[in-house]
Design a protein around this ligand. Structure first.
Ligand code: ADP
Length: 415
């Protein structure tokens, strides 16, 4: 089956076409046929389209909304220009899988999209005002384009974390606020944490219920997850993706008193403070230069930039803090898995995170770490390390495509 995987942001649309079915999943033989991204929807959009194994095509086009963007993508997919094997017309797309950020307590697994599910996703808008409306735009656009005959599936970022116990998900604020508003921690990046946990199981042959690891998704957004007995036990993001680690433009954990302080001293409104914490903080805010880790490491290395160096050090220290917390919460772990743009590609950051953790039985093999090819899977722990260290590139799109097939075929999810 050809599955169109869609990931819609407020002004962007990312897609992949993945050829998969139950048999291909079993053989781990499913594969990507095409991918692309449309940025700056609403003005002169930047379009990048690529059929697998062929060079990327870049265009500019005035695309006013998500519907026009999806229309543009689909016209390219079926065009002679794209030449995607096995796809000649709209009828060759058999189902659509959507990344949906917030499923709250309502959606603990991936769902075929019905009117009821759409209502449920709309109900979660209060909890994810930036993300869920964009995801819904993608769902509406795909419904309009493909009609109701093509099944659509929602895969939620939060659902992997639905196994967290109340001791992990409750904030220590009056309990009735949880009762009244479902105000609690939900966690995000669930599809990524779930995918690398599945790959870890494949690599090691450890059965699901014996998986006892910490996964670190370090990209532009960053989160850590403590996985106990194969399930998410705790994670660093909370009610929103703002909590936890230091990220590209989000500060992660901070004292909530800062909000009142900013409102008094800087005369800022709540939306202004929200923008400051989401878009101007983290690596960008600390360095005053960029949210891009690669550039910060370059600044540190080549110009000895003090603020770049400070931003990187605070980033690393926060990850160490969470590692310590999760090792304590779970009474140790068998492995730590690195993923996301930084986790997959930066031996320097992996090395700095794992240095001086000998007391915990964590020792990195610096040569293996430095020589691991970017974007590949591999072990980077020293022979005598009690805790194993792995780099596993994430593949959220593959997991969304596989969940879509399983939902459409009504087959059970096994991981
Ligand atoms: P997103 O969360 O937007 O999907 P990614 O997972 O692609 O982001 O991660 C982007 C981050 O990964 C950026 O900070 C980028 O600088 C960083 N990154 C990518 N490659 C490297 C590298 N070789 N060294 C250091 N950081 C890198």
């Amino acid at each position: 089956m050809n599955i169109l995987v869609l990931n819609c942001g407020s002004s962007s649309l990312k897609f992949q076409i993945i050829d998969t079915d139950l048999d291909l999943i079993e053989k781990d033989a499913d594969h990507q046929r095409a991918k692309g991204i449309i940025e700056r929807i609403g003005s002169q959009s930047l379009v990048t389209l690529q059929a697998s194994g062929k060079p990327a095509q870049k265009h500019a086009a005035p695309l006013r909304d998500h519907k026009s963007a999806l229309d543009y993508v689909v016209r390219w997919i079926v065009s002679a220009d794209a030449q995607i094997p096995g796809i000649r017309s709209l009828g060759d797309i058999h189902a659509v899988g959507h990344r949906v950020v917030h499923g709250a307590e309502k959606f603990t697994k991936s769902m075929i999209i019905t009117d009821e599910v759409i209502d449920g996703i709309e109900d979660c808008i209060d909890l994810a005002p930036l993300h869920n409306p964009a995801n819904l735009k993608g769902i509406y656009a795909a419904r309009e384009l493909f009609g109701l005959g093509v099944p659509q599936v929602a895969v939620f970022d939060t659902s992997f974390h639905s196994t967290m116990p109340d001791t992990s998900y409750l904030y220590a604020i009056p309990y009735q606020l949880y009762r009244r508003h479902k105000l609690r921690r939900y966690g995000f990046h669930g599809t990524s944490h779930r995918y690398v946990t599945y790959r870890y199981r494949q690599i090691t042959g450890i059965p699901r219920e014996k998986v006892h690891i910490i996964t670190l998704h370090l990209g532009n957004g960053c989160s850590a997850c403590a996985i106990r007995d194969g399930n998410s036990f705790d994670t660093s993001m909370g009610l929103s993706p703002l909590e936890g680690l230091v990220m590209g433009t989000r500060g992660g954990d901070l004292d909530p008193a800062i909000i009142e302080f900013l409102s008094h001293k800087e005369g800022m409104s709540i939306p202004e403070i929200d923008a400051l914490l989401n878009k101007q903080s983290g690596l960008l805010g600390l360095s005053g230069l960029t949210n891009d880790m690669r550039e910060l490491l370059e600044e540190e290395r080549e110009h000895n930039d003090r603020r770049a160096s400070l931003a990187v050090s605070i980033f690393v220290q926060r990850v160490k803090k969470y590692l310590g917390a999760y090792l304590a919460e779970m009474n140790g772990a068998d492995a730590i898995v690195f993923t996301g743009g930084i986790g997959e590609n930066s031996p320097t950051i992996r090395n700095r995170i794992c240095s001086d953790l000998g007391w915990f039985g964590i020792t990195i093999d610096e040569t293996a770490n430095a020589s691991l090819k970017q974007g590949t899977e591999g072990a980077i722990h020293a022979g005598d390390s009690k805790v194993q260290l792995y780099v596993i590139p994430t593949n959220e799109e593959l997991l969304i495509a596989r969940d879509t097939v399983r939902c459409v075929k009504d087959a059970p999810r096994r991981w």
